[in-house]
Design a binder for this molecule. Structure first.
Ligand code: SAH
Length: 268
């Protein structure tokens, strides 16, 4: 296999194929070589809100570009609309690129789109992406595992944290107690109740926590604290944020390499 810039490393499939492509988080250069090839070849691009707009400069001049980023409201209805668009355009024989932030199968509803394509008999390919769950901590100098700190990590969504009593959240708290790493996506709005539930469940209040907002973007912001203090007087940053809970957070002190804006709470 030879990788040359701008060259397809695999043949594109038949017309009417949908490519479900991960764009990576933040920096547009975090898209994969295969993802970029699919984007450049597409007749139709459907993209979500999280992608960096500079990626759209790669699209063919006469390609149709549709912003299908979710608006507040009925998300299931909007998702059905996306399925219909993918199917209709593919049935017209178009090469379709469905471009999603991060990895399409990590809280991206990419699997639901694949299911809809299977049901409609449309050929598709999944092009995995660099997920914010791993890459955003890395941009803040936080490895999700480390030989001397954590041997496992879990990624959980904070958007369902009204359900903090669920078995999955109990597992997240147990993992932190056992020294593992928990990464929370979509968790900023619920952060106070999330950290409260960890402390109430006997996780040490001194456990390090990081909030990394706008990861891999020129205005990345990192806030470091602990379970005990991270939510105090928090002014939530604007933009997407990834939360990391666990001892690995302390490694940011040595490994920080990209923070543009960085704050450490006084008692940590
Ligand atoms: N499929 C995506 C995740 C979609 S859920 C992926 O694999 O990355 C959206 C959540 O991802 C956001 O609420 C936030 O928690 C996280 N996220 C996405 N981009 C981010 C970024 N640039 N910086 C920090 N967090 C990000």
């Amino acid at each position: 296999m030879q990788i040359r810039q701008g060259a397809a490393i695999k043949e594109m499939k038949v017309p009417g194929t949908v490519y479900i492509v991960g764009a990576g988080p933040g920096d547009p250069e975090l898209i994969t070589v295969r993802g970029l090839t699919c984007l450049r070849e597409a007749d139709v691009v459907l993209h979500d809100r999280l992608i960096d707009r500079r990626l759209l400069e790669e699209v063919r001049p006469n390609a149709e570009v549709i912003d299908v980023g979710k608006q507040p409201g009925n998300e299931d209805e909007q998702q059905d609309h996306i399925h219909r668009l993918l199917i209709e355009r593919a049935q017209l024989g178009k090469t379709v690129c469905r471009l999603k932030g991060g990895d399409p199968f990590v809280f991206g509803r990419g699997a639901e789109e694949a299911e809809a394509l299977v049901a409609a008999g449309i050929p598709f390919e999944v092009v995995p992406g660099v997920t914010s769950a791993i890459a955003v901590p890395a941009y803040a100098g936080i490895p999700v595992t480390h030989r001397r700190h954590a041997h496992s990590f879990m990624v959980i969504t904070g958007s369902r944290s009204h359900d903090l009593q669920s078995g999955e959240w109990a597992a997240a708290r147990s993992l932190v107690k056992a020294g593992g790493t928990v990464v929370v996506l979509m968790g900023l709005a619920q952060l106070p109740s999330i950290v409260e539930s960890f402390v109430a469940d006997d996780c040490a209040a001194s456990t390090p926590v990081a909030i990394v907002a706008n990861g891999a973007r020129p205005h990345q912001e990192t806030l470091i604290g602990t379970l005990g203090n991270i939510a105090h007087d928090l002014i939530p940053p604007q933009g997407p944020a990834t939360i990391v809970i666990g001892d690995v957070v302390s490694l940011h002190q040595k490994i920080r390499w990209f923070d543009i804006s960085y704050k450490k709470l006084p008692s940590t």
